[in-house]
Write a protein that binds this ligand. Sequence first.
Ligand SMILES: C[S@@+](CC[C@H](N)C(=O)[O-])C[C@H]1O[C@@H](n2cnc3c(N)ncnc32)[C@H](O)[C@@H]1O
Ligand SMILES: [Zn+2]
Ligand SMILES: [Zn+2]
Ligand SMILES: [Zn+2]
Ligand SMILES: [Zn+2]
Ligand SMILES: [Zn+2]
Ligand SMILES: [Zn+2]
Length: 467
Amino acid sequence: MVHSDEYKAKRLERKKRFMQQAKKNNVFKARRRNNFSKRPNFHNHQQENQQEQQFQKQDSTALRQRGFFQVLPTDDLPQVPQCSHGPCLLFEKKNGPEVEETFFACAIYRNQAEFCDFKLTFNKETGEIEVKEAVEGEEDAEKKKKKKKIFGYNRIPKALTEMSPTDTVLYCKTCINVFPNKHECVCEPVEREALERPTHLLPPVNEQHGESQFFFSTETLDVITKAVEKSKVDGILCIGAPRIFENIRALHPEKNVFLLDYDKRFAKFFPSKQYAQYSMLVDHFFDKIAEPKLMEFFDKSKSILMITDPPFGVFMEPLLKSIEKMKKRFVSTGKEETLFYSMIVLPIYIRKYVLHGNFWMSDYRVTYEGHKLYQHSEKTIVRLFTDLPVECIDLKNVAGYKFCEVCDRYVTERNVHCDRCQACTSVEQGKWNHCEKCDKCVKPRYVHCAQCARCHLYGRCIQKHDE
Ligand SMILES: C[S@@+](CC[C@H](N)C(=O)[O-])C[C@H]1O[C@@H](n2cnc3c(N)ncnc32)[C@H](O)[C@@H]1O
Ligand SMILES: [Zn+2]
Ligand SMILES: [Zn+2]
Ligand SMILES: [Zn+2]
Ligand SMILES: [Zn+2]
Ligand SMILES: [Zn+2]
Ligand SMILES: [Zn+2]
């Protein structure tokens, strides 16, 4: 299809406005089509974008802008700079095919303006990292960074053991500590068992471009806990999944559990043999004792289930690398790689990142307590991706699902088994239809287009995008 100059100019103008907005927001976005391992082709990328528009209005501004930033591997570099939040990620900013800049920036917070403005330019050709002269006050910050951190592991359980059973336990939100009978801050009495579940006591950290703590609903917590039980693994590693961790720990004291999370408030509730502060995109432990403790956990576990629920909009390449490193640590204790299972909680539209090998996606709709949209089962776009056997995701007692005898797994009530594909193919809302020409099931509103030799939304021919 040939476009008029006017049409092209309009498009260019739109694109410019979009780029300006992206720059203004200063949000680093991973470049999905530049995934290190899997590069979805052009068609897939277009499909992903359409999907986001359909199901993702709420996150759309943030997520569609992901196209401009790519995270580069740093394994071969002699050094990686650190901001006050640990080692940085290396970003490449592109404008079309042109690389605009390559720089190191925070691996935790993406909103430079508000949370962390650390940025050092990197010269890819010479391998040189920009050197900035320390401004007044920064040296102190440097010193502070190097000062030994006090984590106060297990402070709360320890304080409890020192109290008498008749004492009233007061929990102070400000001090993140417990006190017998009286304390100078305003605080409330608390049941001892409640202190085993800090995700119900601590106010969630909800930074839009960083930690984003959203805890699972009771229903989702039960589904995942049941999966852990059915899997029969004896070691559960939770990365950024504190509510799962505290639940398994409370219900199954016979299991080995370990929590890795950036939020160091958890240290006060758990011992160092079960918790460590960790930066999941750069595989970094903030305490020297943490990695040896994690290795002890791997060593005593016969099999592992790693569960992670990264913040929304996470960069997938570095996350998957960190998971690989975890697997290697486990294998180094003399076990088979096949005894390391994973469960990754992700929005549906980035499924291509994880759907390889033994990984499959459950139809189960993950919900979060208090999340504006995702607290509702019909609105959530978050799903479970796992290489656990299918029978581990048991939705018998969850409303809205049925068992497909042929697929041998639970699917949403609205999913329909396609005899041609030999699978329940509907992934999102509505029934997917089988296209004879494509020889696969396609999304509900897709129609076959002879020109493109594939199915797509009406009027979305490839040529139109292919300028
Ligand atoms: C979306 S919440 C997941 C909580 C989970 N739904 C639950 O109920 O257990 C993300 C978690 O990852 C942690 N987190 C965020 N960014 C992180 C990072 N870069 N490295 C490690 N942990 C991180 C947050 O502190 C938070 O606990
Ligand atoms: Zn930072
Ligand atoms: Zn206090
Ligand atoms: Zn089926
Ligand atoms: Zn089909
Ligand atoms: Zn078709
Ligand atoms: Zn077409």
